[in-house]
Design a binder for this molecule. Structure first.
Ligand code: AMP
Length: 454
């Protein structure tokens, strides 16, 4: 259901099924790019691609609302690449600028552009904070076709890097637009908008859309086509969602119970917690219990964040404990389970978190550990989704068997965090690479683990 006026009703569920083109060629994608899609294993367009690409190819601005993992990146990258190709404009540097709220998402977007554009020798620069500026200056000097960045670092380069200008870009894309429109990015975004030409095409993509978009729409979109491939805050049908109602003192026991479930031992699991401290504490505790867990949070250096993410993606460790820094847009192949250890206070974050699994038509499982204090937030999440989530129960005695071992593991983790200087000296503790490989951990901890249940 692509239509010009859908945003006002973006919160409502769609009545009609989408008109879905069955091939990229039918959408008007040229042969070179169809081949590139094929090489990526994209046999047919996803719904948001079917909806958005025809408008984008007609030269329209876009507001696109689509679920995480729905193929949003392809929906904006393909039309941009097609124009580069059609105009035989492959020498055009700084053709498009894509903004993302997080560094990891920016890197991922650039990877998809590069994969799709490999046949035309596409060059991308990733301009994000937390990494060496000089490398980025060198990459700008190569005059990339596409610049993908987070607002702060991109603006730094626009201000400080000699010869770098976005005055000739043809496309501006805001991915996770609702997040980019938050106050934390407002100043940088305003300043960037002053540095790019008014004569350009603008695509806003987001899994969730807020009224703030209207403000930006007035400021920089011209008669945009509004397409929607999902209801405003929904989760995909291939995602199974459940929750345990858990006494607050025993969350760790329920967590380990969930992890110990036999089919889950082979799964790739993301555990979401509220604070950076909790990521580290929980990862250390789980490692003490023999699980290969790593943590990722906004307080880690960018190198460490990427290192943890890459090891998780490579399946060297199967459990990633994270804050909401990892909840948006990250496309990690094969995440089977999302565990909400802490229930997010902001219901939208739930949608983003569980969107890390069940991506691109695959199935997935999300389980939330809800204590008595979080029940009110969970009700709000259900209201937002417009459906009840099934409750799972388990024999309390079975879970409590683990209590003593888990307390020991947590105590050891706390001691280790204290010894390493807690907040001030966090990187010593956060040095996940060595610890997760530490054999003595695994040997000791196998004793902690509950035997597999069949
Ligand atoms: P995104 O929503 O852009 O983060 O994409 C989520 C995942 O879907 C990525 O792994 C893409 O490679 C994949 N994907 C995108 N488009 C398609 C498609 N047409 N068919 C199959 N997978 C796709």
């Amino acid at each position: 259901m692509a239509k010009e006026d859908v945003v006002e009703g973006a919160g409502e569920r769609q009545e009609e099924p989408a008109r879905q083109a069955s091939t990229f060629a039918e959408l008007g994608i040229c042969a070179e790019l169809v081949e590139a899609c094929d090489a990526m294993g994209w046999k047919e367009p996803t719904r948001i691609q079917s909806e958005a690409i025809p408008y984008a190819l007609q030269g329209k601005d876009l507001i696109a609302l689509a679920q995480t993992g729905s193929g949003k990146t392809g929906a904006f990258a393909l039309p941009i690449l097609q124009e580069l190709l059609e105009k035989r404009d492959v020498q055009h540097p700084f053709f498009a600028c894509v903004l993302s709220p997080t560094r990891e998402l920016a890197i991922q977007i650039a990877e998809q552009f590069e994969a799709l554009g490999s046949a035309i020798g596409l060059r991308c620069s990733v301009l994000v904070g937390g990494v060496d500026r000089m490398q980025q200056v060198l990459s700008i000097a190569k005059r990339p076709h596409i610049v993908v960045g987070t607002p702060g670092r991109l603006l730094d380069h626009l201000t400080d890097t000699k010869g770098f200008s976005l005055k000739k870009i043809k496309y501006l894309v805001l991915d996770e637009a609702d997040k980019l429109l938050n106050v934390e990015f407002e100043k940088a975004l305003d300043d960037i908008l002053k540095e790019i030409p008014k004569e350009r095409r603008t695509f806003l993509f987001s899994a969730t859309m807020t009224k703030k978009v209207n403000k930006l729409q007035r400021a920089c979109l011209r008669n945009p086509a509004k397409v929607e491939a999902s209801s405003k805050y929904s989760t995909v049908d291939t995602l199974k969602q459940e929750f345990y109602f858990v006494p607050s003192d025993y969350k760790d026991c329920y967590l380990v119970h969930v992890l110990n479930e036999s089919e889950m031992l082979e799964s790739m699991i993301m555990i979401f917690v509220r604070t950076c401290e909790s990521t580290m504490l929980l990862a250390l505790m789980l490692r003490n219990l023999g699980f290969k867990a790593m943590s990722i949070s906004g307080q880690m250096s960018q190198d460490k964040r990427l290192g943890a993410l890459n090891r998780f993606k490579a399946k060297e460790c199967k459990i990633l404990v994270c804050t909401d820094v990892a909840s948006r847009g990250l496309d990690i192949q094969g995440v089977d389970i999302v565990i909400n250890y802490d229930i997010p206070m902001n219901s939208k974050d739930y949608v983003h978190r569980v969107g890390r699994t069940a991506r691109a038509g695959r199935s997935g499982y999300a389980v939330s550990l809800v204590n008595q204090y979080e029940a009110q937030w969970f009700v709000l999440i259900e209201q937002l989704l417009g459906k009840k989530i099934d409750q799972r129960t388990v024999d309390k005695g079975e879970v409590m068997i683990l209590k003593e071992r888990i307390s020991d593991a947590k105590r050891m983790a706390l001691t280790k965090m204290k010894e390493s200087g807690g907040r001030k000296n966090r990187r010593k503790v956060g040095d996940d690479e060595e610890e997760v490989e530490d054999d003595s951990h695994s040997k000791r901890s196998k004793a902690f683990k509950k035997p597999r249940r069949r």
